[in-house]
Ligand binder design. Structure first.
Ligand code: HEC
Ligand code: HEC
Length: 408
């Protein structure tokens, strides 16, 4: 064994093994600390630098390469060390819908933010297409200054428009199915009161051209938003109005003025209360949206918002919706699929319902307007919700009793 006598070679072998040991140590440290919140990752790079440097000193031929490598790893280590030491953020689940605080203690901006959240689901969501909150207004209304409302008037310019509408002869001498909110309420005398009346009593005055089909604008398709299924409290409607003023750069009336306007059109026994939070099934405070799929069917249809637009046979309280057809789907789906204008691809009642939910404009039921049923509707519903909806609707037949929803 000649080379054992060569001291220089022996020394190099020893250094080589030491460097190898350091590399193994560095890799082990890296693996152990890669997951989790440890901040020891840069230690590995430090050990690498040492190992490379060591090799560079004693292996003359590769010295330049080794020192170059050591330097690069050192720079990398410095960066990694720096970012590794920054505070680590941990993803948190979104907070639960907070209970509505006393709005008279809120700043105007906070109140407007609450209004935006009630309409669109989140602060800042008014610019995000398809956003919808507890108030459900974007189901029917558009809000952008340049958008055209198909289903309902554009909400842009509402505060100004309201001032003008109350002075119109058509407004003051209206001939609708319900000319006052309740006996003795009177009609609106200011723009602010008009907004409150529009929310509490959509039938009182119907915007020309937007009435229920065939009623000659004498009846409104909009649900009274302080009643089921939307159930907003007076304070929540005040927040929505505040947003309507603020976002157009207008000064909002005071909370008290707005409350008085709503009290003019909503009798005491019809005013929804904010939920106490204790029973978890409060009428007002919590979000109606986002069905889990486990609620009783009537609640499920309400949360999925179908009842705003459709009459659903056999479901209590689903007898008002007038935007879409009555959902006798078992009777109607076969007729639709045979229609020579049918452009969908369903061949069973169930598939037809699915298609109607997920891609509503694929085929438009005769005598109904295009673009009425929201396009991105299906994305907010989970599989269990959709399954139970399809299961129930597919059994609804004209002239037959609907199935018992309590067993489904
Ligand atoms: C199911 C569809 C639908 C929903 C949901 C809906 N609206 Fe309406 N809304 C209408 C229709 C249609 C009209 C026009 C007929 C009328 O004047 O009643 C209207 C009219 C109005 C008016 C009067 C507008 C004007 O120019 O005179 C206001 C204000 C209003 N809605 C506010 C709201 C708010 C706020 C929400 C949400 C909390 C909402 N609406 C939810 C359909 C809807
Ligand atoms: C904003 C109003 C609106 C909402 C909300 C809505 N729909 Fe519709 N829906 C319509 C309109 C309008 C039509 C008819 C025009 C068309 O075919 O798109 C329709 C058509 C349908 C049809 C076809 C009916 C037939 O006779 O062929 C089905 C099924 C249906 N909707 C189911 C649902 C379900 C389930 C929900 C809730 C998850 C829902 N819709 C929510 C407006 C709505």
């Amino acid at each position: 064994m000649d080379f054992l006598k060569d001291k220089k070679l022996l020394f190099r072998l020893w250094i080589g093994l030491l460097a190898l040991g350091l590399v193994v140590l560095a890799i082990t440290n890296y693996r152990v600390n890669f997951y989790g919140n440890s901040r020891l990752l840069p230690v590995s790079l430090g050990i690498f630098v040492t190992a490379t440097f060591l090799l560079g000193i004693y292996f003359q031929k590769v010295r330049v390469v080794m020192h170059g490598a050591a330097f690069m790893i050192f720079v990398a280590a410095a960066f990694a060390g720096f970012s590794n030491w920054l505070p680590q953020t941990i993803g948190e689940p979104p907070p639960f819908e907070e209970k509505i605080a006393d709005i008279s203690t809120m700043s105007t901006q906070e109140l407007a933010d609450l209004g935006e959240k009630l309409i669109f689901g989140a602060v800042g969501a008014s610019t995000v297409k398809g956003s919808i909150g507890k108030g459900q207004c974007p189901l029917c209304h558009v809000f952008g200054s340049s958008e055209h409302g198909e289903r309902a008037p554009n909400m842009y310019g509402l505060p100004d428009r309201s001032e003008k509408i109350v002075k119109l002869d058509e407004y003051q001498n209206r001939d609708t199915v319900q000319t006052v909110a309740f006996d003795g309420s009177g009609i609106a005398e200011s723009g602010l009161e008009y907004m409150a009346e529009s929310h509490a009593c959509p039938n009182c005055y119907v915007s020309p051209g937007f009435g229920k089909g065939g009623t000659n604008d004498r009846e409104s398709p909009m649900p009274a938003i302080h009643k089921s299924p939307i159930n907003l409290t007076i304070d929540e409607m005040v927040a929505i109005d505040t947003w309507s003023y603020i976002r157009e750069g207008l000064e909002a009336p005071s909370v008290d003025e707005m409350r008085v306007a709503y009290e003019k059109f909503i009798p005491e026994d019809e005013r929804p209360q904010a939920s106490s939070g204790a029973d978890g099934e409060g009428e007002g405070g919590e979000s109606q949206l986002y069905a889990t799929g486990d609620e009783p069917l009537p609640k499920l249809f309400e949360k999925a918002q179908c009842t705003v637009c459709h009459v659903i046979p056999g479901i209590p309280d689903a007898d008002e919706g007038d935007f879409g057809p009555e959902l006798y789907v078992k009777t109607n789906a076969p007729k639709r699929m045979k229609d020579k204008n049918y452009t969908g691809s369903a061949s069973s009642v169930e598939a037809y319902i699915l298609e109607s939910i997920l891609d509503p404009n694929l085929y438009i039921v005769p005598d109904f307007d295009e673009d009425l049923m929201p396009e991105d509707f299906g994305t907010g519903l989970n599989a269990k919700t959709v399954f139970r909806i399809v299961n129930y609707l597919s059994q609804l037949e004209k002239g037959k009793d609907p199935p018992n929803h309590e067993e489904m």
